[in-house]
Design a protein around this ligand. Structure first.
Ligand code: FE2
Length: 257
């Protein structure tokens, strides 16, 4: 089994993540404690607002590999903010996937599900990209209607849950959704989404344990497929458990009314 942290802001002074080399090294020592073998360094990339030139990324990633001499393998990547121009940027070679392979981490606005989301994912897939949706359990529209996520997964999109969501760090709604998605095989990978060495740290092992409790079959699938995603190899997700999903969703609706 290989433990991978697919989502982190460990590159310092790039975004709202790590503030210094020292903080980054501290974060990585936490990852070591958590027995993480690979960590993806995925700073925010927001088209027209917060773009990182490829050369700049390279330089910063090299600074990181020079500074860090520990056992966690560092994997390059980006956390791309949903934008209709993502396919164009990919064609122009401005953006890249995890480990410079085909899986690409993409986040949605927290409170919206843009109407062009499925189209952008489709266009990317035509270009050979496999989208990974970052922390869907934190998106308000998906919380209210998990069908949005189900449709994306049916289209071939993978979903990454935040470790903190499973532990209640982002509130009850995100926790409920994270649990629901894990129980119904609607999650394919875990990330700490670490921003610092304090409250939003790269701690991940508790969340792995929680995931195992909630869905042992999915836990095994993740352990067996984690590394393939880093290598850019195809994976075959477990089928979504739709009936149970429907019931839980109805229960959720019923509770609210
Ligand atoms: Fe993030």
């Amino acid at each position: 089994m290989t433990r991978i942290d697919f989502h982190s802001h460990i590159l310092w002074n790039v975004d709202d993540g790590s503030l210094s080399k020292e903080m980054t090294l501290d974060m990585l020592s936490i990852s070591e404690e958590e027995r993480v073998e690979y960590i993806c360094a995925t700073p925010h990339y927001i088209i027209n607002e917060q773009e990182i030139a490829l050369e700049d990324y390279k330089e910063r990633f090299e600074l990181l590999t020079e500074a860090y001499k520990g056992n966690v393998n560092l994997i390059p990547g980006l956390e791309l903010y949903m934008h209709p121009k993502l396919p164009e940027y990919f064609k122009q070679g401005k953006i890249f996937g995890l480990n410079k392979e085909k899986y690409m981490l993409i986040e949605l606005p927290m409170r919206d599900f843009p109407i062009y989301t499925r189209d952008v994912f489709y266009e990317l897939s035509i270009l050979g990209v496999k989208p990974i949706l970052a922390h869907p359990e934190r998106n308000l529209k998906i919380q209210q209607s998990p069908t949005f996520l189900m449709e994306l997964i049916d289209d071939g999109v993978l979903a990454q849950v935040n470790a903190g969501s499973l532990l209640g760090v982002y509130g009850q709604a995100a926790k409920d959704s994270a649990e629901l998605f894990v129980k119904n095989n609607m999650i394919h990978l875990l990330g700490s989404d670490a921003h610092n060495n304090q409250r939003r740290s790269p701690r991940i092992s508790k969340a792995y344990r929680r995931l195992k409790e909630l869905n042992p079959e999915l836990y095994t699938w993740i352990n067996n497929n984690n590394e393939s995603i880093i290598k850019g190899e195809d994976v075959h997700p477990l089928a979504i458990i739709r009936q149970q999903h429907k019931e839980s969703f109805l229960k959720k609706l019923f509770k609210k009314s």
